[in-house]
Design a binder for this molecule. Structure first.
Ligand SMILES: [Zn+2]
Length: 301
């Protein structure tokens, strides 16, 4: 046999392997994560031609203090709060908005899971729900947290390799002395080394107007909402904690301490946008919304 032909053949195989590896980042991401999912087979990563929105169950907060939101008990239909995370799969990349309650709460008794007067319940991990749709942390290109409160950043550290889109005020607050001493600091501390893009004003993530981070300061200095324009569902605004209960919006109430922050102006901005675009407002903590919204692995497109 001609040895030079074998070498040539080997070289071709090698080149083909190198090219194939370079062309399939999704597969690479999947392989990289096989370890983190215990080697379980992942669903294929969704391939889309238009944005797709997945709603993830990131836990439930047991709460009966509607007065914190300037509401009386009898004015609120359900004082508990759903904790919602959202994944946007866009032809040009994947964005995660909020990371919810920490995955380590799953399977633990409620009495262990009380934080600042809120009981936390979690049945499904964020990581597992993402794996069910073929997404691993390494496939998430952009991380956006509506704000820095613990019920929104429980698993943020898992996404330290994503590009973090954040406002300066929240970024600074997350790494100040007080936050570094908090019980949940380690849940996001890895973001310190993330590729970080500091935002000012609204930000069109993919440059086509379909996914826009909306500056809605007030609840925190760097609080933001997300506008997602979907082909069939139409435009949707994910409002973070701009509202907690739908009744805040109906009865025009807000946490008393927010009356002097940007919340008033941010709510006006969003109401104007809803009117102008016909967008739906999705209040992530609303139990009514959380119960009825279609959840992952189903999606909205
Ligand atoms: Zn919240």
């Amino acid at each position: 046999m001609d040895c030079s032909r074998i070498r040539f053949h080997h070289s071709l195989v090698l080149i083909a392997l190198v090219v194939a590896t370079a062309l399939v980042p999704a597969d690479r991401a999947r392989a990289a994560s096989a370890q983190s999912t215990g080697g379980a087979t992942l669903a294929p990563l969704p391939k889309v031609t238009a944005p797709r929105l997945y709603v993830l169950d990131c836990g439930t907060l047991i709460n009966n203090k509607p007065e914190d939101y300037d509401l009386k008990r009898e004015e609120v239909r359900d004082t508990n709060m759903g904790v919602t995370c959202y994944l946007v799969v866009h032809p040009k990349g994947i964005l995660l908005y909020d990371t919810g309650l920490n995955d380590r709460l799953v399977g633990r008794p409620l009495y262990e899971n009380v934080l600042e007067g809120y009981g936390q319940i979690k049945f499904n991990t964020l990581r597992g729900q993402l794996a069910d749709i073929g997404v691993v942390p390494a496939s998430v290109d952009f991380l956006v947290l509506s704000h820095y409160h613990w019920d929104h950043l429980g698993n943020a550290g898992d996404f330290a390799n994503s590009t973090w889109l954040v406002y300066k005020g929240d970024r600074e607050r997350m790494f100040d002395k007080e936050s570094r001493g908090s019980a949940w600091f380690e849940q996001y501390s890895a973001l310190a080394r993330s590729k970080t893009q500091l935002l000012s004003g609204d930000y069109d993530v993919f440059g086509d107007g379909s996914v826009v981070v909306l500056a809605t300061p007030g609840h925190t200095e760097g609080h933001c909402s997300l506008l997602v324009r979907l082909k069939n569902t139409g435009p949707v605004v994910l409002s973070g904690d701009l509202y907690h209960y739908a009744e805040e919006r109906e009865l025009k109430r807000m946490p008393p301490e927010e009356r002097t922050t940007g919340t008033v102006a941010s709510r006006e901005k969003i109401e104007e946008l809803l009117k102008r675009t016909g967008a739906q407002l999705w209040i992530g903590h609303s139990m009514e919304f959380f119960r009825t919204v279609r959840k992952s692995p189903a999606w909205y497109d």
